[in-house]
Design a binder for this molecule. Sequence first.
Ligand SMILES: Nc1nc2c(c(=O)[nH]1)N(C=O)[C@@H](CNc1ccc(C(=O)N[C@@H](CCC(=O)O)C(=O)O)cc1)CN2
Ligand SMILES: Nc1ncnc2c1ncn2[C@@H]1O[C@H](COP(=O)(O)OP(=O)(O)OP(=O)(O)O)[C@@H](O)[C@H]1O
Length: 194
Amino acid sequence: MNGTSADKADIRAMALSRRDALGADRHTQAAQALAGQADAIGFKPGDIVSGFWPIRSEIDPRPLMEALAARGAMIVLPAVIDRQTIVFRRHDPDMPLVTGSFGTRAPGPEAEELDPDLMLVPLSAFDDAGNRIGYGAGHYDRAIARLHAKGRSPRLVGLAFECQRVERVPAEPHDVPLHTVLTENGLQALPTQR
Ligand SMILES: Nc1nc2c(c(=O)[nH]1)N(C=O)[C@@H](CNc1ccc(C(=O)N[C@@H](CCC(=O)O)C(=O)O)cc1)CN2
Ligand SMILES: Nc1ncnc2c1ncn2[C@@H]1O[C@H](COP(=O)(O)OP(=O)(O)OP(=O)(O)O)[C@@H](O)[C@H]1O
C-alpha cells in the first residue's frame, strides 16, 4: 500500500468513527434536512438520479429520494455485480430489494439498468476541494470513469454528515471531485462548479 492509501485509510476510519457516534435523533433530523433541499439540488423532471439504500451509520437519503421522485426524477440504486463493479438499476418502490455484498440492498437483475444524470454519492469523508473517500473499493470511482468514457458527465452530489468533513483528502489521479456536497447544514457548491 502506498503512502496515500494509508493516509486515506486513517482519514476514513476517523471520519467513520465520528459518524458511528451520532444518535438516532441526529439521523432523523439529517434525513429530513436533506429532503428539504430537493428543490435546490438542481435536476430536471425525467432526469435519472442515483440514490443509495443506507448501510451502517450512513446518512439516510430515502426521504430525499422520495421527494425527488415526487418531483419527476427517476431513481436508480447501485447494485454490486462484482468486487470492482456497480451498476445502477431502476428503483420501483413496489419491487422488493435484494441483499447484495456488504449488506447493500438493491433492485435485482430484472430491473432496468440506467446511467445517472445526477449521482448522490455516499461518502466516508470529504474536503472543501470536493475530494472524497468512500469505503475503499473504488466502486464509485470506476462507475464515474465508465460514464465519462461513454461521454457522459453526471453531476456529483456527495452526501454526508458535517462530522465527516476533513481538512484535506489526499487525491489520487483516478479521483473525480464532487460538484456539490449536501449535509444536514445544506448544499455547498465546490470549486469544480463555482
Ligand atoms: N449504501 C451504500 N450502498 C452502496 C455503496 C455505499 O457506499 N453505500 N457503495 C459504494 O461503493 C457500493 C457498495 N460498495 C461497498 C464497498 C465496500 C464496503 C465495505 O464495507 N468495505 C469494507 C472493507 C472490505 C475490505 O477491505 O475488503 C469496510 O469498509 O469495512 C461497502 C460497500 C454500492 N452500494
Ligand atoms: N477509474 C479507476 N479505474 C481502475 N481502478 C480504480 C479506478 N478508480 C479507483 N480505482 C482503484 O480502486 C481502489 C480504491 O480507490 P479509492 O481508495 O479511491 O476508493 P474510494 O474512493 O474510497 O472508493 P469508492 O469510489 O468506492 O467510493 C484503488 O485501488 C484504486 O486504484
